[in-house]
Design a protein around this ligand. Structure first.
Ligand SMILES: C[S@@+](CC[C@H](N)C(=O)[O-])C[C@H]1O[C@@H](n2cnc3c(N)ncnc32)[C@H](O)[C@@H]1O
Length: 406
């Protein structure tokens, strides 16, 4: 993306008209003054409790500051195939230098950093083995594909202010062709119009569909562990990509009939893959756009996985309404996607994944990270009732919401 944007200073701050401060505001002001006082650090180093608190805070801030180095250490390990290599057999620096073709001196720095980040582990005889955080990276191809894909976001974030000023210039924006369709307001040039769904270059469609398919594995396992799908007769997956989810459902729930709906280019890939897995008699695939076409009827459960966050509110309203129209009375919608952990109602909640999704979706172009409350209210606007969260053992990947057409 274009990173030549000038950094204009923020406009001068004008304090709001004076209103009597509440006790909470007065307390927050006192804490801010205390925390930023130069003498606090001196005082904290001089006593055990202060030292402990200050050290934890300094470590946490250092991690925030150095996060960009950590992600590149991870990327280097993935690109060099280091984790797979030490998983097969722990290896010495010299053996790894031969394997990677890197100078031992530079590689030593990578290995030591990877040990510090728990991607690698020190073993006897000066060898390196797999670390606790390296293990899932070796196990899941989808995780490695996302780490490689994040290199694109890393480029876009080189100048975060440029990204915020001109998100449409981001390379991530060009990666997702349908995001560009919905980034423009409906009726405007660039908005999804008749035929636009089919017009996306097939190599781009195949590339993003493959990435989604490989990274969907976690969500599939979490859904199957969290909800009894056997209580339904027919399931429609909207924005179902290459069909990984419906194929897994077909295998695990032999009595279920399945349908998938996605853009025509993606639907064609799904049809082919489903046929390759000999599941064409269990799964019917429909091509179309949920911003323009009616969804196929007949399902008593619709699943919408990792779709809403790609789109602005007006498109989410359209797709939720289309799902509502396609369902019979008593039918259900199960929505799964990353949800904001921290919001104005729960500001102190740990929200480790929020910054990633906020900036990923900004660079992508048209969507946004929503809280469970915001998504519930959009579902309710579309007519769904009895909306509730379903507990997911791993909410990092997806929060789950279910609602009914009454
Ligand atoms: C982020 S991917 C998620 C795919 C899959 N549900 C998953 O979890 O891996 C979003 C999917 O929505 C589809 N999609 C986007 N806009 C669409 C539209 N207007 N109509 C139908 N599908 C659409 C994309 O083609 C893509 O397969």
């Amino acid at each position: 993306m274009n990173t030549s944007t000038k950094h204009t200073p923020a406009a001068a701050f004008t304090p709001p008209a004076a209103t009597p401060a509440s006790w909470r505001e007065r307390l927050d002001t006192r804490i801010d003054q205390w925390m930023t006082s130069p003498s606090l650090y001196r005082w904290a180093l001089g006593n055990p409790v202060g030292r402990w608190i200050t050290r934890r805070r300094a470590d946490a801030l250092f991690e925030v500051m150095a996060g960009f180095v950590h992600s590149q250490v991870l990327l280097a390990c993935v690109r060099l195939g280091l984790l797979e290599k030490v998983m097969a057999a722990p290896a010495t620096l010299d053996a790894l230098a031969t394997h990677t073709g890197l100078q031992a001196e530079a590689l030593q720095r990578l290995l030591d950093s990877a040990v510090a980040l728990r991607l690698l582990d020190r073993r006897t005889g000066g060898r390196y083995g797999l670390g606790a955080l390296g293990a899932p990276v070796v196990t899941h191809a989808g995780l490695r594909a996302m780490i490689e894909h994040n290199a694109l976001l890393y480029e876009d974030l080189r100048d975060p202010l440029a990204l915020m000023r001109q998100p449409e210039q981001a390379s991530m924006h060009a990666y997702w062709p349908y995001a560009a369709d919905t980034a423009a307001a409906p009726g405007q040039p660039g908005a999804a119009g008749p035929g636009s769904a089919a017009a996306h270059p097939s190599d781009q469609v195949a590339r993003y569909s493959e990435l989604m398919s490989s990274s969907q594995r976690f969500v599939i396992e979490e859904l199957l562990a969290s909800y009894p799908f056997s209580r339904h007769r027919r399931v429609l997956d909207v924005g179902g990509g290459q069909g990984g989810w419906v194929m897994e459902l077909a295998r695990r729930e032999p009595s279920l009939e399945l349908m998938l709906f996605d853009l025509p280019g993606v639907a064609a890939i799904a049809r082919e893959r489903i046929a390759q897995h000999a599941l064409a008699d269990r799964i019917t695939v429909y091509g179309g756009s949920f911003t323009q076409d009616a969804l196929p009827a007949g399902a008593d459960l619709v699943t919408l996985l990792r779709v809403a966050h790609d789109h602005p509110d007006d498109v989410v309203r359209t797709v939720l309404k289309a799902i509502y129209m396609a369902l019979p009375s008593g039918g259900s919608l199960l929505l799964a996607e990353p949800m904001a952990q921290s919001d104005a109602d729960s500001p102190g909640k740990p929200a480790v994944s929020d910054p990633y999704f906020h900036f990923y979706l900004l660079a992508m172009g048209s969507g946004r990270l929503r809280t469970a409350k915001e998504l519930s209210s959009l579902m309710s606007e579309a007519g769904f009732t009895g909306i509730r969260a379903i507990a997911n053992p791993m909410p990092l990947h997806a929060g789950l919401l279910i609602g009914q057409k009454s």
